[in-house]
Design a protein. Structure first.
Length: 280
């Protein structure tokens, strides 16, 4: 009887050690994922041929400053996104989704697209080395059905777009019929109140809003596969608070269209040359 009790105590002690180790490992893994690095899978073709659908990435959360869970606070980072960074961010129209695009404009920049060529502050933006464009160019001044761009009251399209100013923290934006559609989403995001446009007047909380002071920086994101990318041209600005991290390295890649029910074909689709590739 004495030996059975001793063995039981020894077993309970080992079980407790294992549980402590598992809990500690989970806490450390969660801490790393939130504040330093997380995994992300490319779900669509919007970044081809820079990143392919089926690429698995590690994303650096530390560089921009990770957001503390369940709060609006952010750990100080090394810097904010710069033009050319490939960024993972929360999709502004659905906060349950993460998107990945290239940052092509930062707060204070003016964006314009002329016959597919992107201009930033009036200067042609160098196209990424592996960017893709379709053969057809949409005519300027026409809003195409089924390809509606942001905002809804401008005759812009994916190939001829803007100019549009990216708001910066501290900017005082005059609010009227001309600016309402451009910046109402910023107001909604920052105040959680939807403004109303009546004739030429903008109302917020029942009072006329003649101007609005922007409370954070915003960014403009576009896919490298320019004619096949749902990006800022279609849904607008990305607030600083939605930025997650900078794409760092591809750690795995295969053809995601192949089902796990076909393991041989799936394994044969592994893109070995992409594994371990730094992302630029």
């Amino acid at each position: 009887m004495f030996f059975k009790k001793k063995e039981k105590k020894k077993y309970d002690s080992k079980l407790a050690e294992w549980l402590d180790a598992i809990i500690f490992a989970l806490v450390v893994a969660g801490f790393i994922r939130i504040f330093f690095m997380q995994a992300y899978r490319i779900p669509t073709e919007s970044m081809e041929s820079t990143q392919l659908a089926g690429d698995f990435l590690f994303v650096n959360n530390f560089i921009y400053g990770a957001k503390i869970p369940f709060t609006d606070l952010r750990v100080p980072g090394l810097r904010m996104p710069e033009k050319g960074d490939i960024v993972v961010f929360v999709y502004p129209k659905d906060t349950d989704l993460d998107y990945i695009k290239r940052c092509v404009g930062v707060a204070g920049d003016t964006i314009q697209v002329k016959n597919k060529q992107l201009f930033v502050n009036g200067v042609p933006f160098e196209n990424p080395p592996k960017s893709q464009f379709g053969p057809d160019t949409l005519q300027a001044g026409i809003r195409y059905f089924g390809m509606e761009t942001f905002p809804s009251d401008r005759n812009w399209n994916r190939d001829n777009y803007g100019p549009i100013y990216i708001p910066r923290k501290g900017d005082v934006i005059p609010m009227n019929a001309q600016t309402f559609s451009l910046y109402q989403d910023c107001i909604i995001h920052e105040t959680e109140v939807k403004p109303r446009l009546v004739d030429d007047n903008v109302y917020l909380n029942g009072k006329i809003l003649s101007s609005y002071t922007i409370q954070q920086d915003y960014f403009w994101m576009m896919g490298d596969n320019r004619d096949n990318s749902a990006d800022s041209r279609y849904w607008g600005f990305v607030p600083e608070s939605h930025v997650r991290g900078k794409a760092l390295i591809t750690y795995w890649s295969w053809d995601q269209k192949i089902s796990f029910a076909n393991p041989i074909d799936l394994l044969a689709s592994i893109r070995w040359s992409r594994i371990g590739r730094l992302i630029e």
